[in-house]
Design a protein around this ligand. Structure first.
Ligand SMILES: O=C(O)CCC(=O)C(=O)O
Ligand SMILES: [Fe+2]
Length: 313
């Protein structure tokens, strides 16, 4: 039996940084090479970084700025947009919201969640599919315009990376992305705080978890994100404003029959304030996520039970 300690240990500098610039316009050989780099990183670690050529850094900055303005509002103003009143998980998540993860010793973040912005009279929304439908928009000049623009850009980047992973997995074009026409993908604006009284350096601000969706494209301006290695060590993800941190989520692990790995991560924030913006690339609400038959070896059973993409909402 191969001893697990003989496996190479991913270290900080081992989180690959992949330039996906040619994924849109490069020739086929170049696109194939990038897809293979992304796929190998997704298979071995489940975490990698990409240079986000294509998204205007000013737009990223403007999105942080407007998020910061929102989080700086007095509590009663933010509570007007409380997510608990939204039928489709949109709006403000206060500091007091109960955390899902057991090791969240000092859960001290607030968030604003939004998704595909469909009108009130959208037929799916009207017929009771409450996950679809309109966003909650704060009454804050520039918020809707800026954040909508960012959502559109990041959603396109998500599709691009998914398309490359289709290629890596040897699936026909559209095998994943055709199930993302009205996805339940969410953008989360996150604001962590740490008071000077919090001296416990071990405090975990967002507990260990895997992401539920296909993949996550995260931009952050502050350190704090940690990834678990195969030998159960936490390593820090470096901060690089020109890069997105990408990780595979549970949906894609199942869809790929375990070839791509959904890896645990957590946030230990040591700064007075920390901002990040994960975008969770998901499938459509009604997509049945089950291992693609061509990714199951002949004579073997699929490694996962099927589930509906929208089931956990
Ligand atoms: O804030 C971060 O860096 C990570 C956030 C995260 O993992 C999540 O929201 O699922
Ligand atoms: Fe996460």
């Amino acid at each position: 039996m191969a001893a697990s300690f003989l496996k190479p240990k991913p270290a900080v500098h081992d989180l690959p940084l992949i330039d996906i610039g040619d994924l849109r316009h490069g020739d086929t050989a170049r696109k194939r090479r990038i897809a293979s780099e992304l796929g190998e990183a997704a298979r071995e670690i489940g975490f990698f970084r990409i240079h986000h050529r294509g998204i205007d850094p000013n737009l990223i900055e403007a999105t942080y700025r407007i998020a910061q303005q929102f989080f700086a509002l007095p509590d009663p103003a933010k509570q007007r947009y409380y997510i608990g009143r939204s039928p489709n998980h949109r709006g403000y998540v206060p500091f007091t919201e109960k955390g899902d993860y057991p090791d969240e010793v000092h859960r001290n973040y607030e968030a604003f969640d939004l998704g595909l912005d469909l009108p009130q009279d959208d037929p799916d929304f009207l017929s009771g599919n409450l996950v679809l439908g309109p966003n909650v928009w704060p009454d804050l000049a520039g918020f809707k315009e800026t954040v909508s623009r960012y959502y559109t850009e990041i959603a396109a980047l998500g599709r691009l990376v998914c398309g490359a992973l289709e290629r890596y997995l040897g699936l026909p074009p559209g095998a994943l992305t055709d199930h993302m026409s009205r996805p339940i993908s969410q953008l989360r604006l996150l604001h962590y705080v740490r008071t000077s009284q919090t001296t416990d350096r071990k405090s975990v601000n967002m507990g260990a978890h895997t992401d539920y969706e296909c993949l996550t494209l995260l931009h952050t301006r502050n350190e704090g994100l940690q990834v678990m290695t195969q030998d159960n060590r936490w390593i820090d993800v470096p901060v690089d404003h020109s890069a997105y941190v990408v990780n595979i989520g549970d949906m894609l692990e199942v869809w790929s029959n375990g070839i791509l790995k959904s890896t645990p991560h957590r946030v230990v924030n040591l700064n007075p304030e920390r901002f990040s913006m994960p975008y969770f690339v998901a499938a459509n609400h009604d997509t049945l996520i089950r291992p693609f038959p061509r990714l199951v070896r002949i004579g073997e059973q699929p490694k996962y039970e099927p589930f509906l993409a929208g089931a956990h909402l």
